[in-house]
Every structure is written in structure tokens, then in C-alpha cells.
Design a protein around this ligand. Structure first.
Ligand SMILES: Cc1ncc(COP(=O)(O)O)c(C=O)c1O
Length: 477
């Protein structure tokens, strides 16, 4: 008998589960259990992540984006030799600069000064204010080590550090906190919009000592932009209660946001922030180079820097020369101080961001048209369900209907997975995303030799990544 599309999806899902039986996804499922224990009866879909290969060449709103984006990447990867020669006498040797070559950290410095109006600089004989990493996620790991080390310096090494994390949140940091044995206080959202709010902190019992907070100015997975005044008020409320807390601001979407300057401008307005705040940045989104693994931490915090620089210098020993060379090429206008070219690059990042939002809008509209019965009528996180056009990251979290949730109960899956099984929405072929054989099977690349799956992948190119069951929707009131 002919297998239905749903059978194929089921097969994909089953093999996905098997492949990940002993992988980090299991740790993520601990997050899911924790959230369930907190009263979340449901999980929702997160949608996002594209690279330039998925940009159509005839995008009516920005027909040259594909071309311009590709040119940037081609040039960066094509001139690696030249950049490597400029970076060191032994460009393929090991003794590279693990904090980041001065030219590379200088380029990040130029990027932040030029685009965001915030100055970070690595000066000789001074502790670094910018350290480069293998992407935002490794920068995040380093930040968590920085928080843990700051705690040990403060109170000794007898108990693990405690992180405060407003949910919904990006799942990878939770995974890393679990791997590092940190304690985590998940802060449930107090309102329908699920944005972190200072009043939410009342939920943290007295006597809980918070060492660090993980926050995003533009949230993955909700896609929402936290108004800067609210972000600042939240940070103020954290510091009022835990003055020693390190604030990790994962800002990987900020430079793609139309109001990029506004989002972090408050950082300069109170000297206290310099000691407590640390930023995470990455080229994965703004330059569409997730596989390159290019990220950085800009911070002036002396307390957090200890663990971070020790990790970078002694354990990680820095991103490779080749990666730093590509990074430098991508950021060259900021290293050279060429303001016209810099302006062009900033515009390209904004166009990439805009494109991602446009893809999200098309996907969401299509999903609502075709599978409206799976979507709840009230969509507290989708401010404009007619046009689906709003700022933020490329993600969106639709609330699923009670019908979908009942089907999920019957089938024994989370509603997110049920949604995927019924509609096929979810997953991206992820070509070029990650060459590590352990990770290659992410998402739909399980059974990559299957003809049926190949056909489904073709269809799924229109869609984007599904994070299986990691995001709680608003709680019923
Ligand atoms: C908020 C956030 N931070 C960090 C990352 C990871 O970025 P990178 O690819 O640079 O590790 C992502 C990717 O989805 C993200 O959404």
C-alpha cells in the first residue's frame, strides 16, 4: 500500500528519536520535563534559520539580495590565503592568537562602534574586552564559565552557580547549563506576550542567590523584540537584588534589527552595566554563515572576564586561523574604517534580517491558510495575524489549537510533533549547516539517502527549522 505523507513523517520522526537517543536532545528533554512540572501542558513550534542558498533569486522585495549576499561570502572565502598571510608567519600552525588576532578583534570593535555606538577595544597590556569564539554558542559556553568562575572567586567552590533564565528561551544555553552542572531557575512569563518583565522576579523565592542571567534583546523562539526600556528595567531589578550577577545578553539578532542602535543604547547610561553586562554576538545570522562558527564576546566586566579568557587561552586555544581569516574578510570594512563600505555591510545585514522576516511571514500565512484548524484562534504572540509582519528574529511561535492538542494527547506526542506529523511544517534540509558526522543528521537530514525523504526535503525547503517541543506557550489563565 502507498505510504501517506504522514507515514513518511512518522518514519522521519522515529528515526530522529533513535539517532538522538543519547545526544544533547535528551538534555533538552529535561528542560521540557522541567517546564511540564511547572505546569505547562503544551509545547509550541519554533520556526527559523535560513542561509543564503534558500533565498530565491527573484525575491520581489529585494531581487538583488541573493546576488549581493553570495558575493560577500564568495569574496570572504575566496581570499582566505591572502588574509592568512596577513594574520601570521605560520598561518596554518597552531600558535595562533587564541583571544583573536588584533586585526580580527579590531574588526569586531569597529563593527560595534560603527553600528551600535558602543566601544570595546583590546589594548596591549590590558585585559581583553573582545574575545572571538566558534560562534555564538561557544561564546555562550564561555560566558557561563565566566559566571561560574566569578561565583567561585566570590564565595568559594563548594556549590554550583545559579543561572536565572526567563522562559521561553533559546534551548541551547539551557543545554549548556545542564552540561556544566549549573543550577537553573526558570522564570515563567507573567504576561501573554511572554516578554521578561521586572515584576516576574517576584517569583524567585528569597534566599536564592542568582549568579547570572541569560536574556535576549530579540527572543528566540518567540521572535519578539524586548522594548529597550523594559530590558533595562529588568536588568536594574536583577542588579538591585543580586548586585554581583553577570548579565549575559545574547544579542545575535540585534544588528539585523531595524532599530539596532536603540536596543542596547541604555548600556552606556549607567556605569554599573559595564561591570555586569556581557554581550554575545555572532555572524551566523547577520552574515548567514552558521557553519563558519564565527562569534565574539564584547564585555568590560572584570569579574566575568577571568573565566572567559582562561577558557579561551588554555582550553579552547582559540578559533582556527582559517576561520579568523574569513571572519576578518567579512568584517574588513570595520577593520579598515571604511565608512561607506561599512554602511553597505550594515545594510546587507538588515536586508538579510528583513528577508528572514519576510520568509517567516510567507510561511506563517501559508500555514494559517492551509492548516488553520491546527492553530488556536487567539494568538497572543503573533501581533498581526493578518500580515504576520513584525520585527524581531526570524522565529515565530504559533499557539496550537485545542484540536491539535487533543490529537497530540491521543497520539502520545507533543503538540509540536503532532503539528509536524499532520502538516509537514518543520525542518530544514540544513545543507551546509554542519559537517560533523554526529550532527549532520539534525532535523530532516536523518535518512538522508532516502528517496522519499529527499522529495520531502525538496518540499520542505519552503519551510524552516522546527525545534521539537522546547517552547512553552502561554499558560491557560
Ligand atoms: C539567540 C541565539 N543565540 C545564539 C545562537 C547560536 O548562534 P551560533 O550559530 O553563532 O552559535 C542562536 C541560533 O539559533 C540564537 O538564536
Amino acid at each position: 500500500m502507498e505510504r501517506s505523507a504522514k507515514d513518511v513523517r512518522m518514519e522521519t520522526f522515529e528515526s530522529f528519536k533513535e539517532v538522538f537517543a543519547s545526544a544533547p536532545i535528551r538534555l533538552m528533554s529535561r528542560t521540557v520535563s522541567a517546564m511540564r512540572a511547572m505546569g505547562y501542558g503544551d509545547l509550541a513550534s519554533a520556526i527559523g534559520d535560513l542561509d543564503w542558498q534558500t533565498v530565491p533569486e527573484d525575491d520581489p522585495e529585494d531581487p538583488n539580495l541573493h546576488h549581493d549576499w553570495q558575493n560577500l561570502l564568495d569574496a570572504a572565502f575566496g581570499h582566505v590565503d591572502g588574509w592568512l598571510n596577513q594574520l601570521g608567519a605560520h598561518p596554518l600552525g597552531y600558535n595562533l592568537d587564541s583571544i583573536g588576532f588584533p586585526a580580527v578583534t579590531g574588526a569586531w570593535s569597529g563593527l560595534w562602534s560603527n553600528q551600535l555606538g558602543i566601544d570595546f577595544r583590546n589594548e596591549p597590556y590590558s585585559p581583553p574586552q573582545i574575545v572571538v569564539f566558534h560562534g555564538g554558542n561557544q561564546a555562550l559556553q564561555a560566558s557561563l564559565l565566566g559566571v561560574a568562575e566569578a561565583r567561585r572567586n566570590r564565595v568559594g567552590g563548594n556549590s554550583p552557580a545559579t543561572m536565572l533564565v526567563p522562559v521561553p528561551t533559546f534551548s541551547c544555553p539551557l543545554d549548556q547549563m545542564a552540561l556544566q552542572g549549573m543550577q537553573v531557575v526558570l522564570l515563567p512569563p507573567g504576561r501573554d506576550d511572554m516578554d521578561p518583565h521586572p515584576a516576574d522576579l517576584d517569583q524567585v523565592p528569597d534566599g536564592v542567590d542568582i549568579d547570572g542571567v541569560y536574556l535576549m534583546p530579540v527572543n528566540n523562539p518567540t521572535g519578539r523584540t524586548l522594548p529597550p526600556a523594559q530590558m533595562r528595567a529588568f536588568v536594574d531589578a536583577v542588579l538591585a537584588r543580586w548586585p554581583h550577577a553577570g548579565i549575559i545578553l545574547d544579542s545575535v539578532y540585534v544588528r539585523m534589527h531595524p532599530r539596532y542602535r536603540e536596543l542596547l543604547a541604555w548600556y552606556l547610561e549607567d556605569p554599573r552595566y559595564q561591570e555586569s553586562v556581557l554581550f554575545i554576538d555572532s555572524l551566523s545570522k547577520s552574515h548567514g554563515v552558521t557553519g563558519l562558527r564565527a562569534g565574539a564576546i564584547p564585555t568590560r566586566s572584570s569579574a566575568l572576564r577571568n573565566g572567559i579568557t582562561r577558557y579561551a587561552q588554555n582550553i579552547m586555544a582559540g578559533p582556527s586561523n582559517a576561520m579568523q581569516a574569513v571572519m576578518l574578510s567579512l568584517l574588513a570594512p570595520f577593520a579598515l574604517g571604511d565608512s561607506e563600505l561599512a554602511e553597505h555591510r550594515i545594510r546587507l545585514s538588515l536586508r538579510i534580517g528583513r528577508h528572514l522576516q519576510r520568509r517567516r511571514r510567507l510561511l506563517m500565512r501559508d500555514a494559517f491558510d492551509r492548516f488553520g484548524q491546527f492553530m488556536a484562534e487567539e494568538q497572543p504572540l503573533l501581533p498581526d495575524p493578518a500580515t504576520f509582519d513584525w520585527e524581531g528574529s526570524m522565529y515565530a511561535v504559533p499557539k496550537l489549537s485545542s484540536m491539535c492538542r487533543e490529537m497530540a494527547d491521543k497520539g502520545g506526542f507533543s503538540p509540536t510533533v503532532t503539528f509536524y506529523l499532520e502538516t509537514g511544517i518543520g525542518g530544514v534540509p540544513l545543507e551546509g549547516f554542519c559537517r560533523n558526522p554526529n550532527l549532520e543528521r539534525h532535523g530532516l537530514v536523518v535518512n538522508r539517502d532516502s528517496e522519499r525523504l529527499k522529495a520531502f526535503q525538496q518540499e520542505a525547503r519552503k519551510y524552516v527549522r522546527l525545534s521539537f517541543g522546547m517552547t512553552p506557550p502561554p499558560r491557560e489563565r
